[in-house]
Design a protein around this ligand. Structure first.
Ligand code: NAP
Length: 287
């Protein structure tokens, strides 16, 4: 039995699908069981909240390995969650960290993930740490302005990055959950193509058969926009650090880890955009 946290999220939902496809038993941890009802009786549901370690203890009973993501938690809470997991046994952990953790001290988000990785290392549980770069699904942030105005506001200028499909992060996670032998404990994951935001917008435009304009905005405007959309100011400024690094041409890391582990090239943005195009269309639209 595998326990998947974040099972309603970009990565976790794909892990559940991929494990079920190869006949594995899956339990999902969620605050809202209604959000996982589409899997019907093919999964076990463990209702719970990271704010309630006891709920994670119950969810961990009898599992072989856990896909653990942070749900935006502070380090103190993660230590309590690890204690709760260890009250039920010693499952292997596959932790969703970040490529920003590979540049120690540079990024707030990286520092937070390093602290979390360290807490897991200190626990003594056997663990693998996935460090993906930016997700292709970050493009969902553009869905509102694409639907309303046919516009993407871009704070990353013409800086390039090799974003990764959550499906590929999930495929690596599923591989480690089911057959971890010989795999490095830290896996840095990126896509294969270096693209600018204007490149991605052009690809989306083709996928949607719709003209989308890309408008350059300063990073400060992006911070205001994130705060306006409800993101806490501290978190918005942390996200802005990585936008700025990409804008300044410092986001071009690429690794071959996905291909080495799952034996196929990473998903291209064109394929990802084609698969998820409905997210960028008005529901009543015939576009
Ligand atoms: N976006 C990127 O470019 C990027 C790059 C590298 C690393 N990352 C890391 O990836 C993670 C986000 O992954 P994602 O995009 O797959 O997630 P996501 O789509 O943002 O979904 C968030 C998930 O967190 C769960 N969650 C939130 N608060 C929770 C709580 N209190 N208790 C239990 N579950 C909770 C939600 O579950 P329920 O609502 O079902 O409870 C949901 O499944 C973050 O740690 C981020 O740092 C992101």
């Amino acid at each position: 039995m595998f326990l998947i946290t974040g099972a309603t999220g970009n990565v976790g939902s794909q892990i559940v699908d991929q494990l079920l496809a190869v006949g594995k038993s899956v339990r999902v941890f969620t605050r809202d069981p209604a959000k996982v009802s589409h899997w019907e009786n093919r999964i076990e549901v463990a209702p719970g909240d990271f704010a309630n370690p006891e709920s994670l203890r119950r969810a961990s009973a009898g599992v072989e390995a856990i896909f653990l993501m942070n749900g935006g938690l502070a380090i103190g809470a993660l230590s309590q969650l690890l204690a709760a997991i260890m009250a039920e046994g010693r499952p292997r952990i596959v932790f969703l960290s970040s490529l920003l953790a590979s540049e120690p001290g540079r990024f707030q988000i990286g520092r937070a993930h390093i602290e979390e990785e360290d807490a897991i290392r200190t626990s003594g549980l056997s663990a693998h740490f996935l460090r993906p770069g930016g997700f292709m699904s970050n493009a969902y942030q553009w869905a509102g302005s694409i639907k309303a105005q046919g516009v993407v506001y871009n704070a990353m200028g013409t800086g390039k990055s090799a974003s990764i499909a959550p499906e590929d992060v999930a495929a690596v996670a599923a591989k480690i959950l089911t057959s971890p032998d010989g795999l490095d404990p830290i896996l840095e994951l990126t896509g294969a193509e270096l693209l600018t935001v204007p490149d991605q917008v052009e690809i989306l435009s083709h996928a949607l058969s719709k003209t989308i304009q890309c408008i350059d905005v300063p990073v400060e405007a992006a911070i205001e926009g994130m705060i306006g959309n409800g993101m806490p100011a501290r978190f918005a400024s942390a996200v802005a650090e990585s936008l700025k690094a990409i804008r300044d041409g410092q986001g071009e890391q690429r690794t071959d880890t996905v291909e080495r582990i799952i034996g196929r090239s990473p998903t291209t943005f064109e394929v990802w955009a084609g698969k998820h195009r409905s997210q960028f269309r008005n529901s009543h639209s015939s576009e």
